[in-house]
Design a protein around this ligand. Structure first.
Ligand SMILES: C[S@@+](CC[C@H](N)C(=O)[O-])C[C@H]1O[C@@H](n2cnc3c(N)ncnc32)[C@H](O)[C@@H]1O
Length: 192
């Protein structure tokens, strides 16, 4: 009953991804404790989904999430309902993740000069999806054990190129998977 209620609350968080986030299989394969960094929560649907999956799988993970929280001034056609002012952005996010005491957040536009903690076990990236943005972030988090990158699909060639180059450059044993759901692809890179 409680799980169904939580799932419905998460489903109703406005998001650029209108379906359920497919994180369950990833979470099942992760250790019982760890730290996840998310870049690009928007209003927190992906953040709350990670938290919910960790809880349902009995795992004790800390989630830190970074967003510019500058609002979405001009969404592309068909997505206008996701436009939001800067004033509303952070407030709505905070309300959507309230109750999860393992989620911390930071209002920052991530750049390569970002000096925050970087020893995470998992990185979930869902910020800008052009080649340069994805490439810079991945380089920064090379030591992360599991990297999950949204929009690894033919509609986002820059993301695919950055992920593939990064993956091929890793000097240690590794594995890459592509989760395909509806018309979306998500890359999951595991350090073996
Ligand atoms: C596609 S939305 C994320 C959707 C979200 N994961 C969800 O479940 O709905 C992209 C988000 O990334 C944020 N963003 C883009 N570039 C960023 C950067 N350099 N630093 C921090 N946040 C960024 C935007 O503010 C926006 O909220």
């Amino acid at each position: 009953m409680y799980i169904r209620l939580m799932n419905n609350i998460i489903k109703n968080i406005p998001s650029f991804w209108p379906h359920d986030w497919p994180f369950n299989d990833i979470v099942k394969r992760l250790p019982d404790t760890g730290r996840l960094l998310e870049i690009g929560p928007y209003l927190g649907k992906s953040t709350a989904t990670w938290a919910q999956e960790f809880q349902q799988n009995g795992k004790d993970w800390q989630i830190h999430t970074i967003d510019a929280f500058e609002g979405i001034k001009k969404a592309w056609p068909g997505m206008e309902h996701l436009q939001i002012t800067e004033e509303e952005h952070l407030e709505k996010f905070k309300s959507n993740i309230s109750g999860w005491d393992n989620i911390t957040w930071e209002k920052t536009r991530w750049t390569p000069e970002y000096k925050g903690f970087r020893e995470y076990d998992v990185l979930f990236y869902d910020g800008l999806h052009d080649y340069e943005s994805v490439n810079k972030v991945l380089e920064h988090y090379i030591n992360v054990e599991c990297i999950v990158v949204d929009d690894y699909d033919i509609q986002h060639e820059g993301t695919m190129q950055a992920v593939d180059e990064f993956y091929n450059s890793l000097p240690w044993p590794k594995e890459i998977e592509q989760i395909n759901i509806e018309d979306k692809g998500i890359a999951v890179i595991w350090r073996k």
